[in-house]
Design a protein around this ligand. Structure first.
Ligand SMILES: [Fe+2]
Ligand SMILES: [Fe+2]
Length: 209
């Protein structure tokens, strides 16, 4: 199992790959993951996995778009024609790959999969994937208005609603709505994984399973 000591080493290592602002964000995502793991009763083994995923999730964020494409080409990472027009998602794909390459002794498949979907999300996520996605959105150092709003709504729901699964379904759906609205306003491409995630979690709320 992953130990605190492994996390300490990882924290030192990632500072080589992240700028100072991104490092602050990354450490804040880890802290938010700890808080969320507590709320949702994640077992110790998965809580440690979630913290590793948090520390590594933006490891390739510094790459330019060209570097992202080159990394994909050199490492046989598949992307669709459509994805060429969603540049923000590349760091999730390359990050998942690099996490395995550099830290494969602690970053297992479950961790890498969570990193891979931390930007778009996807339908039917496991709790580690959900909590990394959510922590990345609502960690308190983020001051983008959607993040601030979503964070406030999430903690208000946690305080008022007892059904944790319903809270997750609602907050995930709300986050996808905000993301999709922003993309439409900016005339940007919506990644199909985000659309299918939104449809999956809204169906859960509407009980149309
Ligand atoms: Fe990211
Ligand atoms: Fe991030």
């Amino acid at each position: 199992m992953i130990k605190e000591n492994d996390l300490d080493k990882l924290r030192d290592e990632i500072s080589k790959y992240l700028g100072s602002k991104r490092l602050v964000h990354t450490l804040s995502v880890e802290e938010e993951c700890v808080a969320l793991a507590e709320i949702f009763g994640l077992g110790l083994e998965n809580k440690m996995r979630l913290r590793v995923a948090a520390l590594l999730h933006d490891i390739t964020k510094k790459f330019t778009h060209e570097e992202q494409l080159n990394y994909c080409f050199n490492n046989n990472i598949f992307y669709t024609e459509e994805e060429k027009f969603t540049p923000k998602i590349f760091h999730a794909k390359t990050g998942a790959h690099m996490a395995k390459q550099l830290f494969g002794d602690i970053a297992d498949e479950i961790i890498c999969e969570a990193i891979k979907y931390h930007t778009t999300a996807k339908a039917n996520m496991n709790l580690i994937e959900i909590l990394l996605y959510l922590a990345d959105y609502i960690e308190p150092k983020r001051d983008f208005s959607d993040c601030v709003i979503l964070r406030a709504e999430f903690y208000e729901m946690i305080n008022n609603l007892e059904n944790l699964e319903l809270v997750l379904n609602k907050i995930l759906t709300r986050s996808f709505d905000m993301t999709i609205e922003g993309l439409i306003l900016n005339k940007e491409i919506i990644h199909p994984d985000t659309t299918s995630a939104r449809n999956f979690y809204i169906r859960k709320i509407l009980n149309r399973d």
